[in-house]
Design a protein around this ligand. Structure first.
Ligand code: PLP
Length: 453
């Protein structure tokens, strides 16, 4: 359906059908009013009423290649005509090709690819591999993190989304990763933050018992918990600690991977190579569900003569792999990763910093590539957060009012707690990015008013 042929009645029907039977994630079912989407293309999507939105969310930070990329759509259609499904145990051309293209781009010797259907399953399997490989039970993960909503992944998750479903699973221990703006270590410089965070991690390991710890998992650049770019030396410091104690280092790049930070993998920007790397989302921009774990030679060797105890019916699904092959090839041919880096350096980064200077409600700007967050505050001095978006989405809650203003200005934001994330597709053009900044600028004026109250 085209953006310029609105049909509000059809939109109402889609909404009514949704409310009849669809049960939505992370939502109070009786309090939501989901927008009916009529179509999407490139950096935009639109509803049935004639409203078009610049997608500054990339749909849960997912469509790195933008909406409806013709090469990816064609690859899925072509694969559907050849072979729609086949069990994971067979060798299939598109699966092998997807694995090769991913392995060629992952850092270091992460050359074996275990496919999953998404991010949480990738995390579950990475943890299982680490436990079997080390024979140890525990995993350490950061408080400010999100690793997915399945059983082990939600226990590893540190942020409040864990609270309702945390089983207190044996063997998960949380620690503080660096975040200078709201420093858990009361640090004043990045060097202090890095040094204290590494010392805190070592202390945690010492008191848990290094010989009991299978893995440390970190998002290379934590995403939904606030896009906290780690200080120089932190990730290499964690690598060194893991090596010292024989702990498997897992980097979760479900959100940060495949171009988002202006690198194929965020780890490339920090000169660090994990033992396991989880990915999903950007691998094929979510056109068909796909995720996976990239595995080091040493961990892969553990499963040379003994079976890996895990598997999924849809692992390496042909339609998903065909879309990954087309996505990765298009990203390389069209220099999409380079575009993300350039937009971050020349338009988004400078533009967001300029907004922070002018708007009293912007306390901090963080990010790289097309992966940015604005920390909205009531007071720049005390850094008291602007009242977060709440579950009932009350119109007078400042963050809800801010999000509504963005939407009135034609921008679809990614709002979480007291933050708005600027996470458009990696394909975004300079003029689209500027359009997004202008819409944010106008909505921030409203946030300033709330901050002043
Ligand atoms: N890990 C990270 C870093 C994520 O950002 C997410 C989702 O946002 C996940 C894991 C879970 O991925 P999925 O929702 O595909 O299960």
């Amino acid at each position: 359906r085209r953006a310029d042929s609105p049909d509000p009645q059809a939109g109402q029907a889609v909404k009514a059908a949704d409310r009849a039977h669809v049960f939505h994630s992370w939502s109070a079912q009786g309090l939501i009013d989901p927008m009916a989407v009529a179509g999407a293309e490139g950096s935009y999507f639109w509803d049935y009423d004639g409203n078009r939105f610049l997608d500054f969310s990339s749909q849960l930070v997912n469509t790195n290649i933008g909406h409806q990329h013709p090469k990816v759509v064609a690859a899925i259609q072509e694969q559907a005509g050849k072979l729609c499904t086949i069990a994971p145990g067979f060798a299939v051309d598109v699966r092998s090709e997807a694995a090769r293209l991913i392995a060629e781009r992952t850092p270091g010797d992460l050359d074996k690819i275990f496919f999953t259907n998404g991010g949480a399953e990738a995390v579950e399997n990475a943890l299982r591999m680490a436990r079997v490989h080390t024979g140890r039970p525990k995993a350490l993960s950061a408080y400010r993190s999100y690793h997915g909503a399945t059983a082990a992944a939600i226990n590893l998750t540190g942020d409040p989304r864990r609270w309702a479903s945390d089983t207190g699973a044996a063997g998960v221990v949380h620690f503080w990763a660096p975040f200078l703006y709201r420093s858990p270590f009361h640090a004043e410089t990045e060097e202090q933050e890095c040094e204290r965070a590494l010392r805190h991690l070592e202390d945690t390991i010492a008191f848990e018992g290094p010989q009991t710890i299978a893995a440390i998992i970190l998002e290379t650049v934590p995403g939904t918990a606030g896009i906290m770019v780690p200080p120089p030396g932190y990730l290499t410091g964690v690598r060194e600690i893991c090596d010292r104690y024989g702990i498997v280092f897992i980097l979760d790049e479900v959100m940060a991977g495949f171009g988002r930070t202006g690198h194929w993998f965020a780890a490339d920007g920090f000169d660090v190579v994990p033992d396991l790397l989880t990915f999903a989302k950007g691998v094929n921009s979510g056109y068909v569900p796909l995720g996976g774990v990239a595995i080091s030679a040493e961990i892969a060797a553990t499963f040379d003569q003994r079976p890996y105890p895990g598997g999924l019916t849809y692992s390496g699904h042909p339609l998903a792999c065909a879309s990954a092959v087309a996505t990765i090839n298009a990203m390389a041919e069209e220099r999409i990763v380079e575009n993300a880096a350039e937009i971050g350096e020349t338009v988004l980064g400078p533009g967001l910093r300029e907004l922070a200077e002018r708007h009293p409600s912007v306390g901090d700007v963080r990010g790289m590539g097309v992966f940015w967050a604005l920390d909205l505050v009531r007071d720049k001095e005390t850094r008291e957060p602007l009242v977060p978006y709440n579950a009932s989405g009350e119109a007078n809650a400042p963050m809800a009012a801010f999000a509504a203003a963005c939407k009135r200005n034609g921008l679809w934001p990614f709002v979480n707690m007291n933050r708005t994330h600027a996470v458009p597709p990696c394909t975004i053009t300079p003029s689209e990015a500027k359009e997004g900044l202008a819409a944010l600028d106008a909505a921030l004026t409203l946030a300033d008013e709330h901050a002043a109250r």
